[in-house]
Write a protein that binds this ligand. Structure first.
Ligand code: F6P
Length: 364
């Protein structure tokens, strides 16, 4: 066991995901309860680290957190200590404030930092590691697109919420003999659309990884109508794009490290279907609905295992690593291996094969 850890910091960065609070709870319980360390939480991700907003966390602070969505620490998907936005208009510049962040960690007497986040957040954590801070990463995202882990926490909850929504939309689709298009999150990776689409009986599933041909989609709907199924369910990931075309951009968040926000593809696809087939079509955008609220039992368990193991890693003197799910076991990998990478749905994935074998159209 490493003797040099007495106190650690914890922060949550990037978009929120169900299970963040369960991780914070496991980190605090293991660090304080098991190792008798102190724990400090940083407010709003890396913003708190740079702007010096922190809070001491005690056992009582994490009571009742297993079921609670969001993050009690707050989060930010804009704050990057290595590229901090300063000034406005012509005076705008990106400033490296990572030195201040490292100094703040030291001034609080912290020996290490547990960072809960996705690829962007963990890439920043890796930068802090390069500056000499002991860090451990805990993988989070409803997109499930992180490298080197079989699953991120938050994904299971997102699938179940999207699936429940699809089940409900299914019955109204059937009653009105309509095409129902359901848009779910997933910028570059279509894991959420793929899993919820299969679980929720999607007839057509459109992923960012497979450019779609609108004619193939219409053929599938007509085929269903001819065989007596006068409704169809289309599940579309926000990053889906037509053959030779681009994803639909909803807005550009200029001061974000990842400025493009997608959204609107559901309407584009629905309009094309209605125009071509003259079948009534409706759109539902699930958006942030799948990111909020109570995590599933699976995500609570996974979040607890990852949070606890992150603390054990630091105790064993193993920093610079990200905890992960490998099969059914928790292990770890160097954070540098996952930085700035995205795990997409591979063309030969077994769920795509299953989908095709069971009659799902992927738009190709
Ligand atoms: O990374 C998760 C994610 O939910 C993406 O699928 C989505 O594009 C993005 O976050 C939206 O984030 P926000 O609206 O919080 O900026």
């Amino acid at each position: 066991m490493s003797d040099d850890i007495r106190a650690i910091g914890v922060l949550t960065g990037g978009g929120d995901a169900p299970g963040l609070n369960a991780v914070i709870r496991a980190v605090v319980r293991t660090a304080i309860g098991h190792y008798k360390w102190e724990v400090v939480g940083f407010r709003d991700g890396f913003e708190g680290l740079v702007e010096k907003h922190s809070v001491n966390l005690e056992m009582d602070d994490v009571s009742g957190l297993l079921t609670r969505g969001g993050t009690i620490l707050g989060t930010s998907n804009k704050a990057n200590p290595f590229a901090w936005h300063m000034g406005e208009g012509e005076n705008h510049q990106l400033v490296d404030r990572s030195g201040e962040a490292v100094d703040y960690i030291k001034s609080l007497g912290l020996d290490a930092l547990a960072v809960i986040g996705g690829d962007g957040t963990l890439s920043i954590a890796d930068g802090l590691r390069e500056k000499g801070t002991k860090v451990v990463g805990i993988p989070k995202t409803i997109d499930n697109d992180l490298y080197e882990t079989d699953q991120t926490f938050g994904f299971d909850t997102a699938i179940s919420i999207a699936t429940e929504a699809l089940d409900r939309i299914h019955t109204t689709a059937e009653s009105h003999h309509r095409v129902m298009v359901v848009e779910v999150m997933g910028r570059n990776a279509g894991w959420l659309a793929l899993h919820s689409g299969i679980a929720g009986g999607g007839d057509i599933i459109l992923l960012p990884e497979i450019p779609y041909d609108i004619d193939k989609i219409c053929e599938k709907i007509l085929w269903r109508n001819r065989s007596g199924r006068r409704f169809s369910m289309v599940v579309v990931a926000e990053g889906a794009k037509p053959l030779g075309g681009e994803a639909v951009v909803a807005r550009v968040v200029a001061d974000s490290p990842d400025p493009i926000r997608l959204g609107g593809i559901g309407n584009v696809v629905a309009n094309q279907i209605e125009e071509r087939l003259n079948i009534e079509t409706r759109v539902t955008v699930l958006g942030h609905l799948v990111r909020g609220g109570t995590p599933t039992a699976f995500d609570r368990v996974l979040a607890s295992r990852l949070g606890s193991e992150a603390v054990h890693l630091l105790a064993r003197g193993e920093s610079g690593r990200m905890v992960r799910l490998s099969g059914s076991e928790i292990s770890s990998v160097e954070i540098s291996k996952i930085a700035n990478k995205q795990r997409l749905v591979p063309a030969d994935h077994s769920l795509l094969r299953l989908g095709r074998e069971t009659g799902i159209c992927f738009g190709d």
